[in-house]
Design a binder for this molecule. Sequence first.
Ligand SMILES: CC(C)(COP(=O)(O)OP(=O)(O)OC[C@H]1O[C@@H](n2cnc3c(N)ncnc32)[C@H](O)[C@@H]1OP(=O)(O)O)[C@@H](O)C(=O)NCCC(=O)NCCS
Length: 179
Amino acid sequence: MEPNAIDAGACLLRRLSPDDRPVLVEAFADPEIRRWLPTRLPDLDAASAYLALRAREWARAERYSWALADPATDELLGEVALKNLDWTGRTARLECWTLPRARGRGLAVAAVGAATRFGFDELGLLEIGYGHGERNTASARVARKCGFRLSHRLPDEVVIDGVPETIVVWTVTRLATMA
Ligand SMILES: CC(C)(COP(=O)(O)OP(=O)(O)OC[C@H]1O[C@@H](n2cnc3c(N)ncnc32)[C@H](O)[C@@H]1OP(=O)(O)O)[C@@H](O)C(=O)NCCC(=O)NCCS
């Protein structure tokens, strides 16, 4: 599968590039992204290793990760991924973040919608999940706006910022998008 660009309207989904490294370091220093995602990128070397990992995962069909870029300037504004690809069950999980300065203008909804369509139409997936901490209200809004249905809560809490957090899982099926 080639990492072709996808026009998502509000943003362009394209492959991550070495030019994105300074913005990646900036993004993973953001308190909200650090709160909800485990990745830590303290410097440009860490960002290079991150790009290499994402390229390896794409080549091995383990995870498809796109940069969300400004359609006019190509500036990196976020990232969306289909991860945990299970080719037997034909399922995957979504992950997304956007830079603080790019939030609230529909980028995540556009990107998650485009990645979901790619998963169903190009990869032949049958179900896509989206998990997040229960207090992550922005994520819940994105999931609902993208047609996901609340599925279940994971039985074991995780500790985030020293506080126990329940992970909620939303799902959307290919059938539901065809209805
Ligand atoms: C969650 C996240 C990706 C949303 O990105 P975004 O680009 O701001 O999302 P959108 O602009 O598409 O907004 C989608 C909806 O969420 C709502 N929303 C955004 N931030 C919100 C907040 N802090 N609280 C409640 N709702 C919020 C928006 O209002 C919008 O709903 P509306 O159109 O009904 O008003 C972004 O806040 C983020 O990167 N958070 C940190 C990382 C993270 O939590 N990732 C998700 C875990 S996988």
